[in-house]
Design a protein around this ligand. Structure first.
Ligand code: GLN
Length: 544
């Protein structure tokens, strides 16, 4: 039977629970213990797919097509597994299921209540993942902060698990923040004490407390938390802010968290092998020559909206022994200020995914700039649609080519809905989602990157390249380098007469791993690093 680790957060949100949960997975994996991970999100949306990136950051897509929390991306990158829809549970899913059962008559005669009906449904999801994954340990992160009203049923469900699964099979880890007071120059433990009290009030005594802090944590602070929160001293784990998230597993291992978990859960474990991870962090922390990449999007104020894109760029740069110097360019600024000033020093331009009309013209400008100035370009989903729009406009000599998402009455709908998508009215979960096969065309940049003919990539979009324009744009130099196996859908396209302008209708960023950069990102950065741009020239040795 699986054992469970529940990770809760206290004091503030964004305390790093997700990375901590993922890192715990790394520590267990490094001891050859199999793990799977689940995120519980207390909001009432069924999934984050209908939420604005400003609300939620990136929507991470699993291979089986679930639209999920971005923490799943960290789990996949840290544990090296591909997760499924079972790994993200929301209150919306739980309540929908309970209400559907009530209407079906499954609870006939009963009064439906949060305890036990909602909590039982939540616990079902834990067990379902345990059965499906067959992992020895299931790590479950409870979203939000202890004390949130909407998180209560989840906390009650995890409390019940100690009895259901047995005391030796369940571990509660609480992640808190120690704020720093500059006036007295000290870290404060009171908020941690309060949040542990809040947990205890609902019947959960944490076994381990992980203390996040921007400053080194003195031993005395550990003693104090141990005393006030009734946790063994070695179970108070300091976690100071690290320069890279990939260092967190190493910091936690150094604090002996791995062994502590093994002991507390009575797990059979090998000696940890974190050598590859150490090498990765070593390389990440070594300064390298930077490559200037401009990321042109409309949600750039919130960098979490492009979490996986940023990580994929970092993995690719590491492969080439470079650092990424990422400029966040707001696409609306490109509409105002023109492209040259904002893109002049970019060695590569990336246009990631997005929805809706705001900022589109700026993205078209960026694609046009990349084409005319022979700057490497990688378009991801919307970034491919924008590249096609920009190219069609140049070929047709008109500003009217567009996507019907952005202008329903354009005379040149180069990007359009498929006929079968036109009748769909519901917005939630109705896009083309998850893995689809793609046949890569020989002799193209895409083929050189992938080195294989049949690939599978994750999708999340409604609109597609419009085949009515295929011949005309091909004659002008657009190359269709990846197609669905039936030839009907353009999945990758690139420009002939350009060093490297490649776009895909899918999201390669979700498949990139620190030790296995995605081939398209790898080659994009590989070409970009050779481009000399303003501010990027290596310094010349000046001979007297
Ligand atoms: N808005 C576009 C579509 O729905 C692109 C989506 C995306 O970039 N993920 O097709």
């Amino acid at each position: 039977m699986a054992k469970y680790i529940f990770v809760t957060g206290g004091v503030v949100s964004s305390v790093g629970k997700g990375i901590t949960a993922a890192s715990i997975g790394t520590l267990l994996e490094s001891r050859h213990i199999t793990v799977s991970v689940q995120k519980l999100d207390p909001y009432l949306n069924v999934d984050p797919g209908t939420m604005s990136p400003y609300q939620h950051g990136e929507v991470f897509v699993t291979q089986d097509g679930a639209e999920t929390d971005l923490d799943l991306g960290n789990y996949e990158r840290f544990i090296g597994v591909n997760l499924t829809a079972e790994s993200n549970v929301t209150s919306g899913q739980i309540y929908s299921e309970v209400l559907a059962k009530e209407r079906r008559g499954d609870y006939l005669g009963g009064t439906i209540q949060v305890v036990p009906h909602v909590t039982t449904e939540i616990k079902e999801r834990f067990k379902r993942l345990a059965e499906k994954s067959q992992a020895e340990v299931i790590i479950i992160e409870v979203g939000g902060t202890v004390g949130d009203i909407e998180g209560q049923p989840f906390l009650e469900a995890i409390r019940q698990m100690r009895k259901d699964a047995g005391r030796d099979n369940v571990l509660y880890i609480h992640v808190t923040l120690l704020p720093y007071l500059s006036s007295t120059q000290e870290l404060k433990t009171k908020p941690t004490q309060h949040s542990v009290n809040e947990l205890r009030r609902i019947g959960i005594q944490p076994d381990i407390i992980i203390c996040r802090s921007d400053y080194p944590i003195p031993e005395g602070i550990r003693d104090k938390i141990s005393l006030f929160c009734d946790v063994e001293r070695q179970a108070v784990i300091p976690l100071p802010t690290a320069p890279t998230i990939y260092e967190i597993p190493l910091l936690l291992e150094e604090a002996e968290l791995g062994q502590l978990i093994v002991d507390k859960l009575g797990l059979k474990a090998n000696q940890p092998d974190l050598s590859q991870w150490k090498e990765l962090v070593e390389r990440l922390k070594t300064p390298h020559e930077p490559v200037n990449i401009a990321l042109v999007g409309k949600y750039v104020e919130l960098q979490d909206a492009y979490f996986s894109v940023r990580e994929a760029l970092c993995h690719a740069a590491l492969y080439h022994d470079r650092d990424i110097n990422l400029f966040w360019v707001h696409s609306e600024d490109l509409e105002k200020d023109g492209s040259d000033a904002l893109l002049r020093s970019a060695q590569g331009i990336i246009v990631p995914g997005g929805f809706g009309i705001r900022g589109i013209e700026g993205m078209v400008t960026a694609a046009d700039y990349a084409r005319k100035n022979e700057i490497p370009y990688l378009g991801l989903c919307l970034g491919m649609q924008v590249m096609v729009i920009a190219f069609a406009r140049s070929v047709l000599g008109s500003n009217e080519p567009n996507s019907t998402e952005l202008n329903a009455s354009t005379p040149y709908p180069v990007i359009d809905l498929l006929p079968e998508q036109k009748t769909i009215e519901n917005k939630g979960g109705t896009m083309r989602l998850g893995n689809y096969p793609c046949q890569v065309v020989k002799g193209t940049h895409a083929a050189a990157a992938y080195g294989q003919e049949l690939i599978y990539e994750r999708h999340r979009h409604r609109y597609e390249f419009n085949n009515k324009f295929r011949t005309q744009l091909a004659e002008a130099g657009l190359v269709y380098s990846g197609l669905s196996p039936d030839g009907r859908l353009v999945e990758i396209c690139e420009l002939a007469n350009h060093p490297w302008m490649v776009s895909c209708q899918f999201h390669p960023e979700f498949g990139s791993r620190p030790s296995h950069p995605h081939p398209l990102f790898r080659d994009f950065v590989g070409v970009a690093k050779e481009i000399l741009r303003e501010g990027a020239q290596p310094s010349l040795p000046l001979s007297p």
